[in-house]
Design a protein around this ligand. Sequence first.
Ligand code: PEP
Ligand code: MG
Length: 575
Amino acid sequence: MRQTFVGHGASRGSALGRARVRLPHVLEVVEEHIPAKRVEGEIVRLHAAIATVREEMFALRERLHGALAHEVGEFLDLHSLLLDDPELLQGLDELIRTGRYSADYALRLQRDRIASVFQTMDDAYFRSRVDDIDQVIGRIHAALHRHDAGMPGVAGEILVTDNVAPAEIAQLQAQGVMAIVTTTGSILSHSAILARSLHLPLVVGAEGALQRINDGDVLAVDGATGNVILEPDANDLRAHRGRVRELARERKQLHRLRREPTRTIDGVDIKLYANAESRDDVAEAHALGAAGVGLYRTEFLFLQRNELPDEEEQFRVYRDVVLGMTGRAVTIRTLDLGADKADRTGLALRDEPNPALGLRGVRLSLARAGLLEAQLRALVRASGYGPLRILLPMISTREEVRQVRATLKRVTLELREQGHAIADNIPLGAMIEVPAAAIALPAFIGSVDFLSIGTNDLVQYLLAADRNNEALTSLYTPLHPAVIRLVRDVIQLARKRDKPVAVCGEMAGDSHFAPMLLALGLMEFSLHPATLLELRRTIRHCDLAQLQSRAPALLRARDRAGIEEWIAENAPVVA
Ligand code: PEP
Ligand code: MG
């Protein structure tokens, strides 16, 4: 039956395809009642799923061999016992019959009931059995939604899941996934940033999708509006085709702008740099006429692998970015691992209760001997091949810049002595993304050569609102007077002191915000190539002097609504 889920559009593009459902480990199911006539059918559906899981576990047990076969086998045996537990099974039937709950919700209730018994036990071993319950119940839940067991891999499919890690995104696309729908997440998470960079349609926060969508269902996904339609009808299919055509037309029109300057109506040139994390991004940035690379995120070189990239490997990557931009400036950021960019790295990262406030970015680089040094050596060597700047993430004190500069100086001397041809002066810049750095900027602007405002994190830390928490999407926004003022102060001070300043957070890539940033005095934007031409088109319709004359009204806005009003009043008419 046709059904619509409304999430947030996190990466544009339309996709039509079959669903591939990936269920979370622990059930997130909302309370759901079914009519009396569906009760027996629901019980049959549940038992069929349990039978499937039993068969799967049997098959898995048969395939086990090697060193871990014994231990893994014991787990499977325990899980099989749980599956046959009459209390578990009867309890489920009873919940569906008497409570008229859906099988999904009955599983959830039963899981919570059993878990609470285990959790009150004194014995740690029994308490830890909750994980086994979760696994068994999770398997049954997965089987409930798997109608078409014989489906091939994920190629040509739309992944429906609770969340997706940044490092998975590229892998999923390489496997042929056409779009992703998640029930949680925010449009400013790193996963969303990556999806946009890969032109992979992504909808986040599509609540209820995991309960309703089954493997093999047909979905129409609109990554711009955030609409996900289950079993689209003829009108939906027509609308989908229309969107695909419209997108192709727009791409063609924008394509014509790739050799045009980014010049305002009143003749001021604005610099558009590219954010990049891969070779393809760099090639795209070059082809679209970016002024250079404004932010190369090196952490993606460190994710999804078991060993650290050594100096030589890093050097080759950085050198190729510099060569790829053929003489245009390239800004490479040192490692910003931590927070939501921490999945599978060669570095053993400690579990932290508050990773976003933890050993992240430059703090980690300074804490791990050898890490910063190897990266700086690789960067300095790459500077011999073209203009390169080094950018430091998560700077909060002057001391951090001083320490990095000292190491940079030392490795530069060593490399020179070793006969490497390297640039005379490599500019060292700071990300302004920790509020303390923005507020105390007058105290340390003298120690850096350029600045890049990371609004993604600046907003998160200034407003105390996690950038990945979908419950805070209305709070987590740059459209807050505190953000606008702070960004304005940083831009103005940098300009006064003649230090280049860019905005490299996602805010810079959103054309709606361009008039506002221009009004605040911004002359350099760094954004993913995916939206570079769109931004160029918008800026070419802006009158800079007029916008700047309206900055006082923007700064007088008292809340989000006031700022949005200013944006609407000052939006250029884009032909
Ligand atoms: C930012 O915080 O705005 C930024 C560009 O860095 P990242 O998104 O990689 O944290
Ligand atoms: Mg950041």
